[in-house]
Design a protein around this ligand. Structure first.
Ligand SMILES: [Zn+2]
Length: 391
């Protein structure tokens, strides 16, 4: 979702947009998709284990290309070669990420059918007027699979170029295609953040976020209701006889509702990030690592509130309007510092929701005070980056 400079046209940038379409494969196409998911896992695992072996033997990093495996595993020829190439590219990227920042990315893992997503990605190759992937009025044309019936929630605008497609199968057996488009747009005018046009956001488990003005984003009622229904099913599931028909039905219901909640949550995060982006010129946020928060909270479900997703949505939505997401180092103190006088309150209990500064007497709500500090630090960081280097 990053805007990149295009050579020669300084006022044009490429934006990436995705359109997610529901796919309705025929039984034969479904079989081909299943095969492709399997082949992608197979080739990933083979490349990963050969990389390991090669490293042990020669002390050098090398990943064989998919072509090498086709002789010994002829079934690989039955699926779209593009999907296999993409596995190679993704594994290479996973290693590059790992070597750059091992703590954040971790060593690439083997893919097991049990816990891996059923998906594959194919890039579109355009030569002149022909393309390996293209859309029709009610279908998606791919190599090997042919024309797959598809339902489009919206259409690409003119000038958008289809660059790649990711096909996934959900746990409930639905197929989706994520169509990635490269879209040339005019570069947005950069917006310099003024203090009164900047907002600080503090991550909150209960509210998603709390702002330095004291506003909170509360997950909507419909999301809470779905979550309550989910825990009701969970309760029934724990009492049902595993393997019974009732159990199977409950599992299917559980998965459907789970998917529904994920969609509702994404919808909520899109609306919230859109609202904030339109209302403010800059957003300050802590560069929290979700893993670290989760550990602080004893491994509870931080991922579920979707704060990481929310931050990425904010990032690209702001960027598209020439605005800034100002990230504050997650280790810099924000909670214990008084936003009024700057004194550090070392005795602040981790459970205190409100506190009074022992130095200046200011009364603080825990999250609002932290959000104010995040805003001040974010703006401070921006200003020091803009200032000319001292000679
Ligand atoms: Zn104070």
């Amino acid at each position: 979702m990053k805007g990149n400079r295009q050579g020669g046209q300084p006022d044009r940038v490429t934006q990436y947009n995705t359109i997610k379409v529901r796919l309705y494969p025929t039984p034969a196409q479904e079989e081909l998709f299943q095969k492709t998911f399997g082949c992608c896992r197979y080739i990933w695992n083979r490349m990963l284990s050969d990389h390991e072996r090669f490293y042990i033997e020669t002390d050098a990093h090398f990943i064989p290309t998919p072509a090498k495996y086709k002789k010994e595993a002829p079934f690989l020829k039955e699926v779209d070669n593009q999907a296999l190439t993409q596995e190679y590219n993704q594994l290479s990227q996973a290693f590059r990420n790992f070597f750059r920042n091992p703590a954040a990315f971790g060593y690439p893992k083997f893919k097991r059918k049990k816990d891996d997503r059923d998906s594959f990605t194919a890039c579109n190759h355009v030569m002149g007027t022909s393309a390996t992937i293209y859309t029709t009025r009610d279908g998606l044309r791919m190599t090997k699979a042919g024309l797959i019936r598809a339902k489009f929630p919206r259409r690409p605008r003119s000038g958008w170029r289809l660059t790649r497609v990711t096909v996934t199968r959900t746990k409930t057996g639905k197929y989706y295609g994520c169509l990635l488009y490269a879209c040339p747009v005019r570069r947005p005018e950069p917006v310099a953040p003024a203090e009164e046009r900047t907002i600080g956001l503090k991550y909150s488990l209960a509210h998603l976020y709390v702002t330095d003005l004291g506003d909170a984003a509360d997950p909507p009622r419909w999301l809470r209701q779905s979550q309550e229904r989910l825990s009701a099913i969970q309760k029934k599931l724990s009492r049902a006889q595993p393997g019974s028909r009732n159990y199977q039905e409950l599992v299917q219901n559980y998965r459907l509702l789970h998917e529904h909640i994920a969609n509702q949550r994404r919808d909520f995060l899109h609306k919230e990030s859109r609202r904030i982006t339109n209302a403010w010129d800059a957003v300050c946020i802590r560069g929290d690592s979700l893993r670290a928060i989760s550990e602080e909270l004893g491994g509870s479900a931080v991922r579920d509130t979707g704060f990481g997703m929310f931050r990425e949505m904010l990032r690209y939505k702001l960027e598209r309007q020439g605005k800034q997401l100002l990230e504050v180092d997650r280790l810099s103190p924000t909670t214990k510092v008084c936003s009024a006088c700057g004194a550090v309150n070392e005795t602040l209990s981790p459970r205190a929701r409100r506190w009074v500064c022992p130095v200046c007497g200011a009364a603080h709500g825990r999250d609002v005070n932290a959000a104010a500090n995040i805003k001040a630090r974010g703006l401070g960081k921006y200003q020091s980056e803009q200032a000319p280097a001292a000679c």
